[in-house]
Design a protein around this ligand. Structure first.
Ligand code: T4K
Length: 408
């Protein structure tokens, strides 16, 4: 895959001495920014041909052939489940909750992208934030049960960074409480739990096909469910509630994916195996480069071939590393490595949710203070990952010098 981010072309591309760190005045290791979330782009000719066909047909949206082909292909990849493509995952989540008839409170983790909470609140429902399990970093049944009450209308699990929640435990709790279980599966395309795709769990799950995801349709999402009637209701809601040319059966919105988006999505699905291979190769390179650095732990994908490895996230233990997460990040940013603090500061700490009293969320707080997502995807080569690992190692080898430079 072509690398859009040229590595530093000095005499020694991998730095060997602390004094070479950019934060201490050296040249940045990368001439161009290395982003988290650089889009994976499938076969350009098939993308442009697909968009060209839509233009030739003058059929640009509203249940076109590209949309149907995209939904069919995604359904095949997900073992034949019903798929309702949407213009993004946020509206997909909203529609899924509405189609499930959710009322009252929705229990979800605070450790997620703010869209999960906003989708709940935008539907007039009340988000109730739960902590996450220290192993999975996803809300598990114990954390959810601690926040369930008489007004609970649904559980919304999040498979954070494409790693699996305890789907069986959450399903058990949802059954006991007689509420639906929905999964925000935005990060999961290509991840499995055993033989099943991760998006196949719950009463419904919602994938994101945003530009930053492993496979994208520029913007896009998809509601996935085994329930044909639920899928039908969701498809109606996506298109203003229409079931026929002039028959509206209920409240709907406009959450349609355009034909250009569907063409991009189709090309992305065709290229998915290559995207997965690139992510896993980068993950392996990071694992090797970071293995011996004190205080830095790469979150495991165990085994990597079951996970898409699309988010590479490290935990920085300041006591053992000598530097905090934000200092490591500052050192990387100076090198043009734009590492991200996903999902700092947490949903519970941003408006409008920060106005509600929140229970202690100790695991969530720890993760939000210590985790850092590193660049990966097809715009990053394994050798870049090795370089990034080396930069972290160098910074941590001289924490006082690095901290002093950041503070000055
Ligand atoms: N649930 C979860 C758990 C999610 O993570 C998300 C979205 C959703 C639900 C909602 O899905 P959608 O409704 O979006 O389908 C980005 C994305 O906008 C967002 O979709 C995604 N999660 C989130 C994790 O990442 P930001 O605020 O980080 O975006 P931004 O503009 O800072 O871009 C991220 C990085 O990607 C930057 O370094 C630049 C780079 N980038 C981005 C775009 C769009 C590019 O290089 N090229 C591009 O075209 O939210």
């Amino acid at each position: 895959m072509a690398n859009a981010c040229e590595p530093w072309t000095g005499s020694d591309p991998v730095k060997t001495a602390v004094a070479e760190l950019a934060v201490l005045g050296g040249e940045p290791a990368f001439a161009q920014p290395l982003h988290v979330g650089r889009p994976n782009v499938g076969d350009r000719e098939s993308i442009l041909a697909g968009i060209g066909e839509a233009l030739d047909e003058r059929w640009l949206s509203n249940d076109g052939v590209k949309l149907r082909a995209f939904e069919r292909r995604l359904s095949e990849l997900l073992g034949g489940l019903h798929v309702v493509a949407t213009c993004n995952a946020t509206l997909g989540l909203q529609i899924a909750m509405r189609a499930l008839g959710v009322e009252g409170e929705v229990v979800l983790p605070a450790l997620t992208f703010v869209a999960s909470a906003h989708a709940v609140a935008w539907e007039g429902l009340a988000p109730v934030f739960a902590d996450v399990d220290p192993g999975t970093l996803c809300m598990g049944p114990a954390e959810a049960a601690a926040r369930v009450g008489p007004r609970t209308g649904a559980l919304l699990g999040v498979h954070l960074w494409g790693r699996s929640s305890d789907v069986e435990g959450l399903a058990r709790l949802a059954r006991e409480q007689e509420v639906p279980l929905l999964f925000d599966a935005a990060h999961t395309l290509g991840s499995r739990r055993g033989v099943k795709p991760l998006a196949a769990f719950g009463d419904a799950a919602v994938l994101s096909f945003h530009a930053t995801k492993i496979a994208n349709s520029f913007e896009g999402g998809a509601i996935v469910t085994a329930d044909a009637e639920l899928a039908e209701r969701a498809a109606q809601m996506r298109n203003f509630g229409f079931v026929d040319e002039d028959e509206v059966v209920g409240l709907g919105t406009n959450a349609k994916l355009s034909e250009a988006g569907a063409a991009m999505g189709l090309a992305s699905l065709e290229a998915l195996d290559g995207f997965l291979a690139a992510s896993r190769a980068n993950y392996a390179a990071y694992a090797e480069a970071l293995a011996a650095i004190p205080g830095v732990t790469l979150l495991p994908f165990d085994p990597p071939e079951e996970f898409n490895c699309h988010y590479v996230t490290i935990d920085v233990d300041p006591a053992a590393a000598g530097l905090g997460r934000d200092e490591v990040r500052a050192a990387l940013v100076a090198e043009n490595v734009l590492a991200r603090r996903y999902f700092y500061p947490g949903c519970h700490r941003v408006p409008p949710y920060d106005r509600q009293p929140q229970p202690p969320l100790p695991v969530t707080e720890r993760v939000l203070d210590r985790c850092l997502s590193l660049p990966t995807g097809t715009a990053v080569e394994p050798q870049d990952a090795t370089t990034v690992g080396r930069l972290i190692e160098l910074a941590i080898s001289q924490p006082d010098a690095v901290r002093g430079a950041i503070e000055s």
